[in-house]
Write a protein that binds this ligand. Structure first.
Ligand code: V55
Ligand code: FE
Length: 486
C-alpha cells in the first residue's frame, strides 16, 4: 500500500502527485484548432510514483512522466506514460522509495547501490529520429514516440565518455547538429565539464573536457553560429557535504559568476573567462555572434529561485533580490579584460524562454517567456519555486516591445512551446499548459504567436489536472515515423 505523500509544498496542492498514465482520444476543444497545427507536443513532468524516502526531498527528484498532445485533422489526443527507469522499476518491485534525497546516493538503500539513479524528468528532445528524455545528472533515456514505451538509456552507441548530459541541448536548425554539455562529467561533484556534438544523423562526433573553477549547476548553456558559451553561476556542490548526507546544492553568491567563451570551431583550450557578481539563473532565450561581440538573453535573480536550495544555504527569502529584469549580456572579444556589459530588454521578471526553432544561434527578434504579474491575480502555490507564473510575454528583443497574455486570477501558465505555421510569413502558434486552481483542472490554450494579447483561439479541455510541467518540444508530423503520426 502506498503511504500518503508529505504535506509540504513540494507534494501538496497543485504539486500533489498525479501518478496517472492515461489515453484520452479526441479531447474537447472550445474554439477551433488551426489545420496547420499537425504534429506532437511532448512534455515532461516530474511526478513521483512513491512518497520520497525523506520528507524534505524536492520536486526535481521525482520520476519522469512523459505526456504528449498529438494534433491531427483538427483534433487532439492525449497520452501519458511514466519513463520506466531502472530506478522506478526497482521501487515498484519493492512497493516503496528506495532512493534517498535529490542527487545524494549516500542516502539510498544499500539494495540499490548498483542501480542507476536517473529519473529522466526534465526535457524531451527529438533529434536524429530519437526521442530522448534528458536530466542533467545522467545519460539520455530513449522513448518510443508512438507508444511512449521506454526503450532504454542511450549512450550514443557506446561512444560517450561523459557520465552526464544537459537537459538543455542546443540544436543548430540549419546543420541539424546538437550541442551538449555535461557537468560533473567525471562523477559525483567533480569539476569536469564535457562538450559534445552530435551530428544530424545522431552520431557523437566530438567530445572534449575541461575543468570548471567550481562545481556549478550549469543548467543551460549558449551556442551561436561562431561561439560556445559556458555560464557558471555559484550554486555549488561539495563531495564531503554529500557524503555526510547533506544537500547536493547550496547557493554561494559570494563566489563570482564565471562565463567561458570559445570559438565553436576551436577547442576548450581556447576558453576565455569573464567574471562578475554571483547571481542565479537557469534558462537562456538565445544567443548570437555579431562581429567581435557575443550576446545572450536571459533573466537572473540575486537570491536563489528554489526554496530547497535557499533553505539548505541558510538564506532568507528577500523579494527585492528576485526583481531582476530580462537582460542581454554583451561580451566584446576584441577588447581586453574580463567584464561584460548588461542591457535591460524588458522589466518583466520571468523564465522559461522559448523561440522559434529556426531562430536559434542567430540574430533574432522574437522570444516568448512566462512571468508573474500581480495585476493578473494573487500568487498561487505550484511548481518548484512554490509560486506559479500567470502571464505569457512576447518580447521583441530589439525594440523592447512586449505584449502579454493571462487567463487572470486563479490561473497559472507553464513553459510555452512554439509551433511553426505552414503559412509563409505567419509567426505560428504557442501552446501553453495552464492550471485552473479554482476548478482543479488544466486547459491547454492555443495562441497566435504574433497576437497573444488577443487571447486563445482555442482551449483544449482536460478532464483532469496536470502536475506542473517542466519542458516540452514540438515535432511536426512529417518529421515523426508513420506510426507516431495521427
Ligand atoms: C533544474 C531541474 C532539474 C534539475 C536541476 O530547472 C535543475 C532546473 C528537473 O530537474 O535536476
Ligand atoms: Fe530547464
Amino acid at each position: 500500500m502506498t503511504q500518503p505523500f508529505p504535506s509540504n509544498n513540494e507534494y501538496s496542492g497543485f504539486n500533489a502527485p498525479m501518478r496517472v498514465e492515461c489515453d484520452i482520444g479526441d479531447l474537447v476543444v472550445e474554439g477551433a484548432l488551426p489545420k496547420d497545427i499537425n504534429g506532437t507536443w511532448f512534455r515532461l513532468t516530474p511526478d513521483p510514483y512513491y512518497p520520497p524516502k525523506f520528507d524534505h526531498d524536492n520536486f526535481f527528484a521525482s520520476d519522469g512522466m512523459l505526456s504528449m498532445f498529438r494534433f491531427h485533422d483538427g483534433k487532439v489526443d492525449y497520452k501519458t506514460r511514466y519513463v520506466m527507469t531502472d530506478r522506478l522499476k526497482a521501487e515498484r518491485a519493492a512497493g516503496r522509495a528506495l532512493f534517498g534525497i535529490y542527487r545524494n546516493p549516500y542516502t539510498d538503500d544499500s539494495s540499490v547501490k548498483d542501480v542507476p539513479r536517473g529519473v529522466a524528468n526534465t526535457t524531451p528532445v527529438w533529434h536524429a529520429d530519437r526521442l530522448l528524455m534528458l536530466k542533467e545528472d545522467s545519460l539520455p533515456m530513449a522513448m518510443d514516440p508512438a507508444t511512449l514505451a521506454t526503450l532504454g538509456w542511450w549512450n550514443f552507441d557506446g561512444r560517450i565518455r561523459s557520465e552526464t548530459v544537459t537537459a538543455h541541448p542546443r540544436i543548430d536548425f540549419d546543420t541539424g547538429e546538437m550541442f551538449l554539455n555535461g557537468y560533473e562529467a567525471g562523477g559525483l561533484a567533480t569539476r569536469d565539464i564535457s562538450l559534445m556534438v552530435v551530428n544530424k544523423d545522431g552520431r557523437l562526433v566530438r567530445e572534449e573536457w575541461f575543468e570548471a573553477p567550481y562545481v556549478s549547476m550549469m543548467h543551460d548553456f549558449v551556442v551561436t553560429k561562431e561561439h560556445i558559451v559556458f555560464p557558471l553561476f555559484p550554486t555549488t556542490a561539495d563531495l564531503d557535504r554529500i557524503k555526510g548526507g547533506g544537500p547536493h546544492w547550496v547557493y554561494e553568491p559570494d563566489k563570482p559568476t564565471w562565463v567561458g567563451i570559445m570559438p565553436r570551431d576551436g577547442s576548450v583550450k581556447d576558453l576565455r573567462w569573464f567574471q562578475g557578481p554571483g547571481v542565479s539563473a537557469y534558462h537562456f532565450m538565445n544567443g548570437y555572434t555579431e562581429g567581435s561581440k557575443v550576446y545572450f538573453d536571459f533573466s537572473y535573480t540575486g537570491g536563489h529561485q528554489f526554496p530547497f536550495v535557499r533553505d539548505d544555504s541558510g538564506q532568507v527569502f528577500e523579494p527585492q533580490k528576485m526583481m531582476c529584469p530580462y537582460v542581454r549580456w554583451e561580451f566584446d572579444l576584441a577588447k581586453p579584460g574580463d567584464q561584460w556589459v548588461e542591457h535591460v530588454l524588458c522589466p518583466a521578471v520571468g523564465d522559461f524562454p522559448r523561440i522559434a526553432d529556426r531562430d536559434h544561434m542567430k540574430d533574432y527578434d522574437v522570444g516568448y517567456y512566462v512571468n508573474y504579474q500581480p495585476q493578473n491575480g494573487p500568487p498561487l502555490m505550484t511548481g518548484i519555486a512554490h509560486m506559479g507564473f500567470n502571464t505569457v510575454t512576447r518580447l521583441e528583443v530589439k525594440s523592447g516591445r512586449a505584449t502579454h497574455f493571462s487567463l487572470g486570477p486563479g490561473t497559472t501558465v507553464a513553459e510555452p512551446v512554439h509551433v511553426p505555421s505552414r503559412i509563409s510569413g505567419h509567426e505560428g502558434y504557442l501552446l501553453v499548459a495552464t492550471e485552473l486552481h479554482d476548478q482543479w483542472l488544466s486547459d491547454v490554450v492555443v495562441l497566435e504567436a504574433a497576437h497573444i494579447e488577443k487571447g486563445p483561439i482555442a482551449r483544449i479541455k482536460l478532464p483532469l489536472r496536470m502536475r506542473h510541467q517542466l519542458h516540452g518540444s514540438w515535432v511536426n508530423a512529417e518529421d515523426l515515423p508513420p506510426a507516431a503520426r495521427g
